[in-house]
Design a binder for this molecule. Sequence first.
Ligand SMILES: C[S@@+](CC[C@H](N)C(=O)[O-])C[C@H]1O[C@@H](n2cnc3c(N)ncnc32)[C@H](O)[C@@H]1O
Length: 391
Amino acid sequence: MPANLAHRRDHLETLLLESQPLWQPATFRERRPAWCTDHPELTHDLLTLDDATLRSLSENSENSITWLSSYLPQIEPLKKLIQLPKATTSPENSNPKIHGVGARKAAQINAFIAAMGRPQTPTVEWCSGKGHLSRALLRTHGGEALAVERNPTLCHSGKLLSKDLAHQFLQADVMAPKIAETLRSSHAIALHACGDLHQRLALAATEVHAPAIHFAPCCYQLTAHEHYLPRSKKSPLTLNKNTLKLAVTETSSSAPGRTARSERSSAWKLAFINLREQLHPEAPYQTFPPIPGHWQQLSFQEFLTTLATREGIPIPKSFDFPKSENAGWIRHQESRRLQLVRLSYRRAIELWLMHDLAAWLEQQNYHVSITEFCPRTLTPRNLLVSARLKK
Ligand SMILES: C[S@@+](CC[C@H](N)C(=O)[O-])C[C@H]1O[C@@H](n2cnc3c(N)ncnc32)[C@H](O)[C@@H]1O
């Protein structure tokens, strides 16, 4: 496994480019991706996986890579490439409970603080929400912090929680010009800053040579750009929003009720796609706008009729709705199983994105590392990019 971030980025890129036909097709859109023809035994074994095995493989990329490597030997090197060191933790951290924050979020915040260590300069929390991270940091280490957040209500609530601390709030849009000045001579931190927001943090912090940066990224698909814009060098790897979303696809972390609703929604949408394909077998797949939340109250027949009307698809006379719903569920179960191949690449995609940004930070004269700041069970978005300006 290459230790150097730029080399690791290149290894991930090579592997992702070579295996593009395996991770690019979304099984929701393509009932049988082209790889199914090349790998009939794998296709058969996936389609006949029992639910418990499917769940355990879907939850863990390493396990699914192991399972898949007997069919797809080319996937085996991924297993080592996606292994990351755990962050070393400092012992001073002592806030098991954080006021106003659930236990899981508090554990994430504490793990982040333990991993970043004592800041040497005032801290700036980027896209802070109510500023729980910087507040907990102040309670652990003392010092001063500024929380930058766009939402005035969150800033107001944050200020009320920080009355006893040297904790300021700046209500500002981090995409605005001149925002970099807030980071000058500061230790920049961000927990779960989405796509463009963590990219902006890296750009702004390096612009003013901020001495230290620690951030945990999330939601890579939340970007104003059509594709990810590679930072460290040109790349033949093109990741569109659909693929960026794959990097954060989770199959297990939702509450059971939510999972059941999302499964039903998928099965019903697939019933609609079946209908559309029956009527227009040659037409390419077309995305459709999101389904309004209140449609969840509808029966299957009402749902399909409403969606078909909205999308201009006529429902044939004497249409068999129960049969259509059943076919939607069958297709959903198949899609979940075949998706396992694609899901096995999600961590590699996430790591390529972060190694690209980390390699760029190195080019900007920073010592950089990427670690896991907490176990995946606390949050699957557990990457921590740490950068310190070289002296
Ligand atoms: C995913 S939340 C993370 C909040 C907090 N760091 C946490 O972990 O709970 C993202 C935060 O970024 C803020 N935000 C989104 N876009 C922003 C922008 N352009 N400028 C400043 N803050 C922004 C949102 O209001 C929200 O509070």
